[in-house]
Design a binder for this molecule. Structure first.
Ligand code: R5P
Length: 291
């Protein structure tokens, strides 16, 4: 009998199928129907056989409804298995990992409590925003990195004397890993975000990137504000082309268009969030961690 059964939620069905194939396990699909009032009804058409049940569901927008779907699936399958793992390729709410301004709620902690109450025994996620977010979940959790598979993709691209750039100091560790794997130079910019308005500013002085291709490496792009400000700054330093490598491309509203207008040649992201830029598959990274 297979060790795992993989259940795919609506937000990650394609990735879930790929994982099931890689770990040679049965795949069970779910169905989602959204009622006119916004409530969704989830149906799981098959009962998982005795095994570890792996529910795969990213919590990108609509964040709350994708999270509720995940919780609903878990609460159903835990009736048939004492071991339910949640693979949450993109972990929403991970940026709410501390009290930045007085009175703010650490919502990632609330997410952890909900997952535990629903029956999750272990969480597996990809490039979570911070180590603190992983800790605040307070369930057995593992974070895997997509940097290696992203670098593999960039190795196939023709670049002129590339430099890896982190748009802020918080993402430095991830970008350093990327530059080491790609064997390139590395710089980190200094970014400041206004905690009330969300607006970002680059505080760095002059950087030497003249006539070189740049790869901005980040865990995620949401509104595109960070990438746009960094690109505008780097273009003023007379760099050549700017590429973006990120794990999670949320690209809310018209972020992709705004990023392109700022001068970015291409955004390459992973299938933790499906979309046009999701050229890199993380199913092997996740499967290796499960095995
Ligand atoms: C921030 O610390 C993150 O690593 C991302 O840089 C940020 O969350 C991206 O958000 P946005 O695209 O809205 O600037």
């Amino acid at each position: 009998m297979a060790k795992f059964t993989v259940v795919g939620g609506d937000s990650s069905s394609d990735l879930a199928k790929r994982i099931a194939r890689k770990i040679k396990s049965p795949y069970i699909k779910t169905e989602k129907k959204v009622f006119p009032d916004g409530e969704s009804k989830i149906t799981i058409n098959q009962i998982p056989k005795k095994s570890i049940v792996v529910v795969v569901q990213s919590t990108y927008p609509p964040v709350d409804s994708n999270l509720l779907e995940l919780l609903s699936i878990v609460s159903k399958v835990q009736k048939f298995s004492s071991k339910v793992y949640a693979v949450i390729p993109y972990m929403g709410y991970a940026r709410q990992d501390r009290e930045f301004l007085g009175g703010e709620i650490i919502t990632i902690g609330v997410v952890g409590k909900l997952l535990k109450a629903a029956g999750v025994k272990k969480i597996l996620t990809v490039d979570i925003h911070s180590k603190l977010a992983l800790k605040e979940l307070r369930i057995s959790s593992e974070n895997v990195s997509a940097m290696e598979v992203l670098v593999k993709h960039f190795k196939k691209m023709k670049m002129k004397n590339p430099v890896v750039v982190s748009p802020d100091l918080g993402g430095k560790e991830r970008a350093v890993k990327f530059s080491e794997l790609l064997k390139t130079d590395f710089i980190a910019l200094k970014k400041q975000r206004d905690r009330k308005t969300g607006k970002v500013k680059i505080l760095s002085g002059k950087v030497d990137v003249k006539d070189r291709d740049l790869i901005l490496v980040d865990d995620m792009i949401s509104t595109g504000g960070s990438i746009i400000k960094a690109t505008q700054f780097l273009k003023k330093q007379k760099c050549r082309r700017v590429f973006v490598a990120c794990t999670h491309a949320l690209l809310v509203n018209d972020a992709a268009k705004k990023i392109k207008n700022a001068g970015v040649s291409q955004i390459i992201s992973t299938n933790t969030i499906p979309g046009e830029s999701a050229k890199v598959d993380v199913s092997k990274v996740i499967s290796d961690a499960l095995k």
